[in-house]
Design a binder for this molecule. Structure first.
Ligand code: ADP
Length: 254
């Protein structure tokens, strides 16, 4: 009986040990799978602009007697795809570094409202060019301890999307003010909006809505995942409300 009791105890201990070991491996396996998926998605995204650049360059080389004017459409495409590639690589680098905790914030105390004014001024020019209505409502002073460069990037991502996904004559409203202890930043547009199905996925890496995919000024699907990382790294929260055909509102609270 003692021998049988010991065997049963050993078997139970081995089973529990095996179960615990497997369970502790689950997060590592998940992280590994996520990393594999990231590499696969990144390679896929890099392949498209590279293929276009290669084909257009081959066309140029095949017709050496063509004038620059005749070559101009191909050169423009190569230029556009090179820019896209460069944006993609820098976004990938940001996310890869943030994953491996190599990316720390370069914090400083600065006037956040001044930064928002600076970025807004740049977009005012774009608004005039595209015939968008652009309303800016910033009330300072708003002192923030944060990474100026990253917060600049955050503002550009949100405003860039608002302009990109809003047809001409639509309205974009940028609001920035203090609410209680928080800094409240909002970018609202009257653009195409986001469907209910897409809404939970827009902060995912490489996610692009169907309508966004068909646009010629193809984005990377990485902007909002970087925006979310920047906000959360500053201890803030980002949220979105949207109605298809009516517009979207992105709200950040620090
Ligand atoms: P990208 O704009 O490069 O596609 P993002 O990560 O910035 O990538 O955005 C992910 C997706 O969220 C977009 O493809 C688009 O479908 C949707 N989206 C983001 N901002 C807006 C907006 N202001 N209006 C409508 N859709 C938006």
């Amino acid at each position: 009986n003692i021998v049988i009791g010991c065997c049963v105890a050993i078997l139970i201990a081995a089973g529990v040990g095996y179960y615990l070991a497997r369970r502790s491996l689950v997060p590592i396996q998940q992280a590994w799978q996520a990393q594999q998926q990231f590499v696969a998605d990144a390679s896929h995204e890099l392949r498209t602009p590279l293929a276009v650049i290669q084909t257009r360059t081959e066309l140029l080389l095949r017709n050496p007697k063509q004038t620059i004017e005749e070559k101009s459409p191909d050169i423009s495409t190569i230029y556009r795809e090179t820019r896209r590639l460069s944006k993609l690589v820098s976004s990938l680098l940001t996310l890869a570094r943030s994953d491996s905790n190599q990316l720390e914030l370069n914090r400083d105390v600065f006037d956040f409202d001044q930064l928002v004014h600076e970025v807004a001024d740049h977009f005012k020019e774009l608004a005039e060019l595209n015939q968008h209505q652009f309303h800016v409502d910033i009330s300072g002073p708003l002192t923030l301890n944060g990474d100026r460069e990253r917060l600049h990037q955050l503002l550009v991502i949100l405003l860039d999307n608002a302009f990109k996904y809003t047809p001409p004559s639509g309205t974009i409203t940028l609001t920035c003010r203090k609410k209680g202890n928080e800094i409240y930043l909002q970018v609202a547009d009257t653009g195409m909006g986001i469907s209910k199905e897409d809404l939970p996925r827009i902060f995912d890496r490489f996610f692009r809505g169907d309508q966004a995919r068909t646009r010629s000024d193809g984005g990377t699907g990485l902007g909002l995942s970087i925006a979310k990382w920047i906000v959360e790294k500053h201890g803030g929260k980002i949220s979105v409300q949207s109605k298809p055909g009516k517009g979207s509102t992105f709200t950040v609270r620090f």
